[in-house]
Design a protein. Structure first.
Length: 117
């Protein structure tokens, strides 16, 4: 499966962005899909995911501000980011597992999010 992330950009603190991740080659059905991010000089970190069984989890740093959703008809996963902070600045990556898989195997190319103070 190929993943294509988009929607990044430059936004002021307190603003919003919505990231999209479109899958081709296979549907998301029965896969866990998630978003990760990597800030300059830091390791990649988990942001949020929807498991193949429907469970949703968020990193503490984004709870209450970010929302993940999946449109199965469009085979696209979204990340709505509200109340953005400068510390949210990073390259954001979407990822997916194999059906019913536990390890993230497929990765998008990343989209840059920059939040100015």
């Amino acid at each position: 499966v190929q993943l294509q992330a988009s929607g990044g950009g430059l936004v002021q603190a307190g603003g919003s962005l919505r990231l999209s991740c479109a899958a081709s080659g296979r549907t998301f059905g029965w896969s866990t899909v998630g978003w990760f991010r990597q800030a300059p000089g830091k390791d990649r970190e988990f942001v949020t995911q929807v498991t193949w069984s429907g469970g949703i989890s968020y990193a503490d740093s984004v709870k209450g501000r970010f929302t993940i959703s999946v449109d199965n008809a469009k085979n696209t996963v979204y990340l709505q980011m509200n109340m953005l902070k400068p510390e949210d600045t990073a390259v954001y990556y979407c990822s997916a597992t194999n059906p019913r898989g536990r390890e993230y195997k497929y990765w998008g190319q990343g989209t840059q999010v920059t939040v100015s103070s």
